[in-house]
Design a protein around this ligand. Structure first.
Ligand SMILES: CC(C)(COP(=O)(O)OP(=O)(O)OC[C@H]1O[C@@H](n2cnc3c(N)ncnc32)[C@H](O)[C@@H]1OP(=O)(O)O)[C@@H](O)C(=O)NCCC(=O)NCCS
Length: 195
């Protein structure tokens, strides 16, 4: 097994983070792989606009709407995986974050995705404001669903025929993780740390 490590990304990492996101997303749905995003080929990602948005969001405190944080998976100095946690756009949803992630194809099934996810969940556990992590995974991506299930995410809904991409109909599976804290009597976000 290679010696991969995971760490939070800083503003200086934004460019290579976006390069990595684009590289993973470019493979979405290709060669029998599951889809990891729902954009069609005629809706390319605007990297310039994306960079400004990332910088603003990475700099937003997590008790403010629109925050975002990213982590990188590294093989030595090479960025081989990315993960982002995204806060909501309403103050009333600041107790939740959404997760998205991707690992370079050659580095998959080496527990790197697991390391990234565990690292981000551990961070969320230390943020008393965050009680839930949500995500959306498509029905043609059972590997990703299995990864999330291994980390405690539960399926809370399924929207049939949510997207039609590359001639395929995709169901959208909603999963969520209650961010449990040792020693807390929190029950679904109504414990002592409830904000
Ligand atoms: C999903 C993804 C991030 C997993 O990353 P990874 O580094 O390969 O995951 P890990 O090696 O840590 O896998 C941990 C466990 O998750 C499950 N898992 C991960 N990928 C799987 C696959 N393709 N098939 C079945 N189970 C899988 C397994 O239980 C695995 O443990 P095991 O290898 O001991 O069986 C990676 O496949 C990826 O980047 N895919 C493209 C982008 C994507 O789909 N992102 C998620 C969008 S919702």
């Amino acid at each position: 097994m290679s010696s991969m490590s995971a760490r939070p990304l800083a503003i200086g990492d934004v460019d290579r983070y976006l390069d990595h996101v684009c590289a993973v997303e470019a493979e979405s749905g290709l060669d029998g792989a599951g889809h990891s995003h729902a954009y069609t080929d005629s809706e390319p990602f605007d990297v310039e606009a994306g960079r400004d948005q990332e910088v603003a969001r990475w700099s937003t405190e997590i008790d403010e709407v629109g925050w975002r944080r990213a982590w990188g998976l590294f093989d030595e100095d090479e960025l081989v995986g990315n993960l982002c946690l995204v806060g909501g756009l309403l103050r009333s949803e600041l107790h939740r974050a959404n997760v998205g992630m991707g690992v370079t194809r050659a580095h998959r099934r080496q527990r790197g995705g697991s390391l990234l996810l565990a690292t981000a969940i551990g961070w969320a556990r230390r943020q008393l404001l965050i009680d839930w992590i949500d995500l959306s995974v498509f029905s043609d991506n059972p590997g990703a669903e299995a990864l999330y299930a291994r980390h405690g995410f539960q399926v809370v809904g399924r929207t049939p025929d949510r997207f039609r991409l590359h001639g395929r109909s995709l169901d959208d599976i909603a999963m969520t993780l209650h961010v449990a804290r040792p020693g807390s009597d929190d029950v679904y976000g109504h414990g002592p740390h409830d904000k």
